[in-house]
Design a binder for this molecule. Structure first.
Ligand code: ZN
Length: 470
């Protein structure tokens, strides 16, 4: 691969924006400045924004849902194609440890699966579900291999980790530099509430939401922060959806707690009114559920104030007609919504175009902060010389409308159908190679399949102060 010059664009990083050319050589950023010259290809990007490509650390591709015996509908190919078409250049998916599994074979199998299919670079978190005597040593082993973050579910019968086990994980990560990434809900409370609804015959999809109210999330969030403090571990709270949970995070960060947090586009753009149409409600069944407008407003405040550090998709696609509809009760509806392709344009539209967030704040939330938190920085999430030329070129003036038929995921709907957009990705470069243009793949899918590489992530650097990361 030779040289490529992006000429005349407006570069937007996590800290500044300015007009400059950007020169790519051998897949990396080689120079940034005015009037650069190149013997290679030149692309005129005047009037467009050049930003670090999106990093989505929360996606579930061909993810097994053992309790209902199905998988998410996108595999590493279709999911990574959708990501690339939406301006994302790195995914971090999950390797699931089932009861009795050792970690090394689990991560190896998952890496091989993704490696054959992904069109963009990827990393993998390890989902820990079975904490045994040998687990801490096995965690250190996989951290050395570049699997530096561990997802813990404080709920779901098949994945649930109790507090005693969580403490051991946190203690190990505090010492080894691993990051604990938590799904926070009080499992006993959820089970109790589900039982109450079902025993009253309240089985429809809309009862998913009151079975997992904000207090359930807030309690577990507080507990996770407390246990982290006890062990000195750094944590990331996945998919914050409620004002109460966010208040716990803000208070702790103010006191110096090493906690960062994430929210997702579905919680920033939808409200619980989506559950009021009986025949559509299943489309929006995700966990935690979509909340009220009050909660949505609190999340936007959190993004503005810096108490939420990243916006990830939690892309968990299930077909509406063939997987979500027709479940005998709401607990049998697979949890999740598709969103890997629409994340950047939705956040840009609702955040930047509406005047709530600066462009640099946008870059922080979708790219630079995730890179820092999850051990990808500065190889990814940066416009610095020497960084991978993972870039998204954005047209901030282009207006569009989200339509399922334009998207590349392998399901039959989008929860954002008909939503207007202002600002869309027009080019996506992965290590200097143009993979997507105008919302579509650049060439036949064949040659791109499997070109994505596994990224060896690093432990969280000790000097990175989570409480000061905005
Ligand atoms: Zn998830």
């Amino acid at each position: 691969m030779g040289e490529l010059l992006l000429s005349g664009g407006r570069l937007v990083s996590a800290s500044e924006e300015f007009e400059a050319d950007l020169l790519i050589r051998e897949g990396r950023i080689a120079a940034v400045g005015r009037d650069l010259e190149s013997a290679g290809e030149v692309k005129d990007v005047s009037g467009l924004l050049v930003m670090p490509g999106g990093i989505d650390t929360h996606v579930h591709l061909e993810h097994p849902i053992d309790r209902i015996g199905i998988e998410t509908a996108d595999d590493f190919f279709s999911g990574s194609v959708a990501a690339a078409c939406g301006g994302t250049t790195t995914l971090v998916d999950f390797a699931l440890q089932r009861k009795g599994d050792d970690l090394a074979p689990v991560v190896e199998a998952r890496r091989a699966l993704a490696n054959d299919k992904s069109v963009i670079d990827f990393g993998l978190h390890v989902i820990l579900t079975d904490i045994r005597e040998e687990t801490p040593a096995q965690m250190r082993e996989v951290i050395d291999e570049g699997f530096t973050s561990f997802k813990i579910y404080m709920t779901y019968a098949d994945k649930y980790v109790d507090d005693a086990s969580l403490l051991r994980i946190l203690e190990t990560n505090a010492d080894a530099g691993g990051l604990t990434y938590l799904h926070c809900e009080n499992d006993c409370a959820v089970s109790h509430l589900i039982h109450s609804h079902l025993s009253r015959g309240e089985t429809e999809a809309r009862f998913h939401a009151p079975s997992r109210p904000p207090v359930v999330e807030a309690e577990a969030t507080y507990r996770a922060i407390a246990l982290a403090e006890i062990t000195g571990a750094r944590i990331c709270i996945a998919h914050v959806t409620s004002k109460r949970a966010l208040e716990n995070i803000e208070r702790a960060r103010y006191e110096g707690a090493q906690v960062v947090s994430e929210t997702c586009p579905q919680y920033l753009t939808l409200t619980d009114a989506c559950y009021s149409h009986a025949d559509e409600a299943a489309k929006y069944v995700c966990t935690p559920p979509i909340r009220s407008m009050d909660n949505q407003e609190a999340l936007w405040d959190g993004l503005r104030r810096g108490s939420i550090q990243q916006v990830a998709s939690d892309h968990a696609p299930f077909g509406f007609k063939d997987q979500k509809l027709g479940a005998p009760d709401f607990t049998k509806i697979p949890n999740g919504v598709p969103g890997v392709e629409t994340r950047l344009s939705l956040l840009y539209t609702r955040g930047v175009a509406s005047g709530v967030l600066s462009r640099s704040r946008f870059v922080q939330l979708v790219s630079t902060n995730p890179a820092k938190m999850f051990g990808l920085y500065p190889q990814k999430g940066s416009l610095a010389i020497g960084a991978d030329a993972d870039l998204v070129v954005f047209d901030p003036t282009q207006e569009a409308e989200i339509r399922h038929t334009d998207l590349h995921h392998n399901v039959d709907y989008t929860p954002y159908e008909g939503m207007p957009l202002q600002g869309v990705p027009v080019m996506t470069f992965s290590r200097g190679e143009l993979v997507s243009e105008d919302g579509d793949l650049v060439k036949d899918a064949g040659p791109l399949k499997g070109r994505g590489e596994f990224v060896v992530r690093r432990p969280v650097p000790p000097e990175l102060d989570f409480s000061a990361l905005f």
